[in-house]
Design a protein around this ligand. Structure first.
Ligand code: BGC
Length: 760
């Protein structure tokens, strides 16, 4: 703590002691400091003592920077009561120092909420959220968020801008990396797990971190997969697809929400009262606070929704953005807006109360300073969990002739590709704090853990993913001479996905395609590992490889995880959390689509089979692409293992259910392979005819099942009929009676099914 105390600015003046107290609500002026009082009483008591300036200051969040100038500037601003929350505080020492200013040099001693983007780990980096979703394992995901909170809180961070739970069905959008993929059910479960993990069991525990459900809402539908773009999501789609993960976050007690950058059907999210107030507070009963995304209140001017910052402040505030991140339109305009009657005092009080409530709930008034030990960072337990998450997130897409796992008598392998030893890029997007020096790459892990028994020849071939210099490819090819197998790690650098990093072409960048092509020609068994922030169009490389493992940027422990998978110490069990397109022109492509008027049947005529000068045809034709057929490269929920799983004997306990029944569905799962492995069994349903059209399949449950070679198990799902409810023609959520199909299988393309009906 010495360095922390040293940062305190000597001699900064204490302000505002003389300000007169104007009534203290119920109780003494010090009631709000009494931890034994109920939170609401404390909020009310404190609020009643605050000046208008102090209140407006609470609504202002600012980003800090490093250095003495920042220290002086923020000391002044905080002492003046102008800031309620800081983000991007550069160190624990700064965090503690700024908190001391807030506690000791302001009239009422209101603590700061210190925040940061702790997205998939703080120091110990877990797989990117898309990779975490591929685990279909809410336990490890919750544990990952908990670990992130423990490590971040040791540097004074008590609020993270996560989970990011935007449904994303367009891999061109760089931010698909940050979310849980395309599915409502999977994302909702992950949303709950992450909120629970970040916030912990006891909010007042010094390791708990307020979660922030973002980006509220619809941002994942950015038109053409381009960031900061508009969305056009009608209300029913919003309610059926985009809102449920956010509602789940609310049910899990998520303390904050972030309004997104997009304008939906003409209304920017930060000015959308229907969503921020009517739905979030009115329908869901949320009582935490809403923060804007970075400058998104001010950017309503760019949208053409407001003439100037003053109008932006008015519209943002009146819509329900309590705290403004960075653009500063509130602090500059709020008093005038109040004088002009464009916002009202009761609304200011409500917003300030929302923010104070969260600060009280987190115990910040009672325990404002850092009390988590520094040693938690990168501790063994955290590294082990990060490795487990990376193992579970890897998806085996192909394994011809059981090339993987490599046999025990493997003597020599070639490790190649620009991501085989890329400690920075392996961590993925949104990593501010993880250090590449702590990353264990596949090269490190193979050498350290398998190097005694196997000769690891390392020849990267390319310097980095975008490298177009082909000179190294020949070196990699000649290094393949005499090896038993080639492991090629290709994909994307971390900077090619995430915010503001969208792509129009999803093929491998640089000369990576040429590298795989050349390696394939050697005739050696070729295992391709793809590390990326999104599904890439890798059909050609898939055909050229004997086996392919897809590892969304796997984080600090990605190397050891992949090494254990390659040598069979662990079996892959990840499943695609998002559909893999065969060609970028198919995007958006997702499994839970509506049927359309002429659904494809899989036997459509492709481009080369169309007769020259053929006559106009439409009757009998279906919905597909001449040059890409209909299907994706891999459907949602897909992933192999070293076992060999099959499903049969699907049975339902009844054929007709009432709306308050629970459907019991079971299936026999068998592992006829040679390895113990885990399968994610998935349950899908289709509602055949509704008051509005319904998706052809919807995930409604999944179970992770581990079976030994030759073992069978009955997998049973209990699905409440109420889970079939949706927003229909009258925009209310209910189950509609009618005929359904239920499937259980290993991916969304599964075909073992049983019919059932629901009656009124
Ligand atoms: C991003 C948010 C992030 C915020 C603060 C914005 O640019 O959209 O996801 O939490 O910055 O860093």
């Amino acid at each position: 703590m010495n360095s922390i105390t040293r940062l305190m600015l000597a001699g900064a003046s204490v302000i505002g002691i003389t300000a007169l107290l104007t009534g203290c609500g119920n109780g003494s002026p010090d009631l709000y400091k009494d931890a034994s009082q109920p939170v609401e009483k404390r909020v009310e008591n404190l609020l009643s003592q605050m000046t208008l300036d102090e209140k407006i200051g609470q609504l202002n969040q600012r980003s800090m920077w490093d250095g003495d100038e920042a220290l002086a500037h923020f000391t002044q601003e905080i002492s003046d009561g102008n800031i309620g929350s800081l983000l991007n505080v550069p160190s624990a020492a700064f965090a503690d120092s700024m908190q001391r200013v807030a506690m000791e040099r302001t009239r009422l001693g209101i603590p700061l909420l210190i925040s940061r983007d702790v997205i998939h780990g703080y120091k110990t980096i877990f797989p990117i959220p898309l990779g975490q979703a591929a685990t279909f394992d809410t336990t490890i995901v919750e544990q990952g968020a908990r670990i992130a909170a423990v490590e971040a809180s040791s540097d004074g961070i008590r609020w993270t801008f996560a989970p990011m739970i935007d449904i994303a069905r367009d891999p061109r959008w760089g931010r698909i990396a940050e979310g849980c993929g395309e599915d409502v059910y999977l994302t909702s479960l992950m949303s709950r797990a992450m909120v629970k993990g970040f916030q912990g069991d006891d909010l007042t525990d010094p390791t708990s971190m307020a979660a922030c459900a973002k980006h509220f809402v619809g941002y994942g539908a950015s038109e053409s997969g381009r960031d900061y773009n508009s969305t056009f999501i009608p209300e029913r789609l919003l309610r059926n697809i985009y809102l449920p993960p956010f509602e789940e976050a609310c049910k899990a007690g998520c303390l904050t929400y972030m309004s997104s950058f997009n304008d939906n059907d003409g209304v920017p999210a930060s000015g959308n009262k229907f969503v921020l107030t009517d739905i979030l507070r009115g329908e869901w009963g949320f009582n935490g606070f809403v923060v804007s995304d970075w400058a998104s209140v001010g950017e309503m001017v760019n949208h053409g929704f407001c003439a100037d910052y003053k109008e932006a402040a008015m519209k943002g505030f009146n819509a329900g953005v309590d705290m403004e991140m960075e653009s500063g339109t509130y602090i500059t305009n709020m008093k005038q807006l109040l004088d002009e009657g464009k916002i009202d005092m009761a609304a200011i009080d409500r917003s300030v109360a929302n923010i104070l409530r969260v600060k009280f709930m987190l115990g910040l008034f009672d325990n404002p300073y850092i009390s988590t030990p520094q040693e938690v960072k990168y501790c063994d337990e955290h590294l082990a969990a990060a490795k487990e998450a990376a193992i579970k997130s890897a998806i085996l897409l192909k394994n011809d002739k059981d090339v993987l796992p490599l046999p025990a008598d493997t003597k020599r392998i070639l490790l190649t590709g620009p991501l085989a030893h890329a400690p920075h890029d392996q961590m993925g997007t949104w990593v501010f704090d993880g250090e590449k020096e702590r990353t264990v790459t596949l090269l490190d892990a193979l050498r350290n853990e398998y190097g005694n028994d196997v000769t690891i020849v390392y020849e990267p071939g390319l310097g980095y993913s975008r490298d177009k210099n082909e000179a190294g490819i020949a070196r990699a090819v000649s290094a393949a001479r005499g090896v038993d197998a080639i492991i090629a790690v290709v994909g994307e650098e971390s900077i090619l996905s995430g915010e503001a990093h969208c792509l129009a072409d999803l093929n491998l960048v640089g000369a990576q395609g040429k590298l795989i092509e050349a390696l394939s020609r050697t005739g050696k068994p070729l295992v391709t590992i793809v590390m990326a922030g999104r599904p890439l169009t890798i059909k050609k490389q898939l055909d050229e490889s004997d086996a392919m493992l897809y590892s969304f940027h796997p984080g600090t422990m990605g190397g050891p995880a992949l090494a254990d998978l390659i040598f069979g110490k662990e079996s892959p069990c990840g499943k695609t959390p998002v559909t893999f397109p065969a060609a970028v022109g198919q995007v958006p492509i997702y499994y839970s689509k509506n049927a359309g008027s002429r659904p494809a049947h899989g036997t459509e005529t492709l481009i080369d089979d169309i007769p020259q000068e053929g006559g106009q045809t439409s009757l009998g034709n279906t919905s597909y692409w001449l040059d890409a057929g209909f299907g994706p490269l891999f459907p949602f929920g897909y992933g192999l293992s070293y076992g060999n799983f099959s499903y049969d004997n699907l049975s339902l306990d009844k054929t007709t259910y009432k709306k308050d029944d629970v459907i019991t569905a079971s299936v026999t799962l068998t592992n006829s392979g040679k390895h113990k492995a885990t399968e994610v069994s998935q349950l899908y349903i289709r509602d055949h005819a509704g008051s509005v059209t319904r998706p052809v399949k919807e995930l409604k449950g999944f179970e992770r099942v581990t079976l030994a070679p030759g073992e069978s198990a009955t997998v049973t799902f209990n699905l409440p009929v109420s889970d079939l409810a949706f927003y229909g023609a009258d925009m209310t959520k209910k189950v509609e009676a009618g005929d359904f199909t239920l499937w259980i299988g290993g991916d969304s393309d599964c075909n073992l099914s049983a019919p059932f009906s629901v009656t009124d």
